[in-house]
Design a protein around this ligand. Sequence first.
Ligand SMILES: [Ca+2]
Ligand SMILES: [Ca+2]
Length: 72
Amino acid sequence: MADTNDYAATFDLVDSDDDQRISAGELHRLMEVLGSPITEEQSVEAVRGIDGDGDGLISLAEFTAYMRAAGS
Ligand SMILES: [Ca+2]
Ligand SMILES: [Ca+2]
C-alpha cells in the first residue's frame, strides 16, 4: 500500500538535514547509496523535473505528486 505516509517516510530518509526539502545534493547522495550514482548535473536536472514551484528544492508535496505520477 503506497499512501502518503509511505512517501513521507521515504522523503525523510532522503532529506538528511531535515529541512523538509530535498536538495540536488541530497538526491546525489541518495543515488550513490542506491548504487546508481549520477553526476551533480544530472541530480540538478532530476530535481528540476520534480520541482513544481521552481525553488530548486523538492517539497514533500512535490515528491508525493511525482511518486504518484510515477505509479509507485
Ligand atoms: Ca534537506
Ligand atoms: Ca519546490
